[in-house]
Design a protein around this ligand. Sequence first.
Ligand SMILES: C[S@@+](CC[C@H](N)C(=O)[O-])C[C@H]1O[C@@H](n2cnc3c(N)ncnc32)[C@H](O)[C@@H]1O
Length: 393
Amino acid sequence: MKPDAETLPEPSAEDQRRSQLLLAAIEQECARQSGSISFAHYMHMALYQPGLGYYSNGLQKFGVNGDFITAPAVSALFSQCLARQISMVGRELETYSVLEFGAGSGLMAADILQELARQNAVPESYQILEISTELRQRQQATIAANAPELLARVSWLDALPEHFQGVVLANEVLDAMPVECFRRRVDSVEQMYVRIAGNGLKSGYQPASTGVAAAVAAIEERREATLPNSYYSELNLHHRPWLEALYQSLERGAVLLVDYGYGVKEYYHEQRNRGTLMCHYQQRAHANPLWYPGLQDITSYVDFTEVADAAIDAGFEMLGYTTQAAFLVGSGLAELHAEQVSDDVRVQVSLSQQIKTLTLPSEMGERFKVMGLAKALAVELNGFGVQDLRSRL
Ligand SMILES: C[S@@+](CC[C@H](N)C(=O)[O-])C[C@H]1O[C@@H](n2cnc3c(N)ncnc32)[C@H](O)[C@@H]1O
């Protein structure tokens, strides 16, 4: 069961002060915007406000001592499987680079580089596009510690490169892009706004902007039915421009997107009438995004039908769409595991546990999906060879 925000551990006095500073910045922004800001604007500040937002403030977030654990920290096997797909693309190109969005702790970059080195397929460069400056330093330290001989290949970008050839990776990045929350009424659509009330934050609904109303209409068209009255959910207006910009930047290559999500009919199912927005604080999930802004992660599931439509409209071809479990199995998870078999029973137990977490339906196996896109590249990735879920989009 998701705990209520009231049952979460109380942040330290210092952390509460950090959150107060962010609240002051939100208050100023609300004043500039005649009293309130849209939920996506609030979520952007809560996550990315320089120095204060959740991803920018230097607090520990990834791993067992943080707020959540992502697949690269569950097991290096995850990154090694990705490396196998990357080298398949690399073989089709004269030279290739890797571009990773939102590299978190830097662990995935370090493990991928090491596996690519083992396969004699080191990319020309490994570029990281990270919007949080604090995380850049953390990524650099992880790569320096785990793959020092490859650090020279890694660079950090402030914006998309003008020309790029190779493989683009985004693990749990789409879910970290700010969403708008909406409410369907019989004859109208409303969206959530956030404002300061007393010492805290309050949310309320107002008529939707043209962009949000059009996005809800597009959802209803894709799901082939109007949403019911009093239906609450969220939508992402960032995915489309992000994919368009990516298509312009990529000359030739593939994009691998890994995230938790569903196709449109499952995402906007009548019974999922409270949306998928989730917050994480110290390994606990709850549903109050206004709780201590800057101290907790805010995220939502990805509508992969919307991502696929936006990608195809941008010009991409679809390489595949499948569950994380099927993708890892297709990428050679069993062979990688066999190579790492050890006489040490503790290593064996640990590897089995890691594989279970990555692949079991009750863990990350089915909730997480992998979508592959390509531009000017004819390649069949074996990660998509085990199961094809495109019909669910
Ligand atoms: C949930 S974390 C995932 C981190 C890492 N990929 C992992 O799997 O552990 C989300 C990451 O995406 C980054 N991010 C969000 N939007 C981004 C964008 N538009 N461009 C680049 N990075 C972004 C955040 O700063 C953060 O590092």
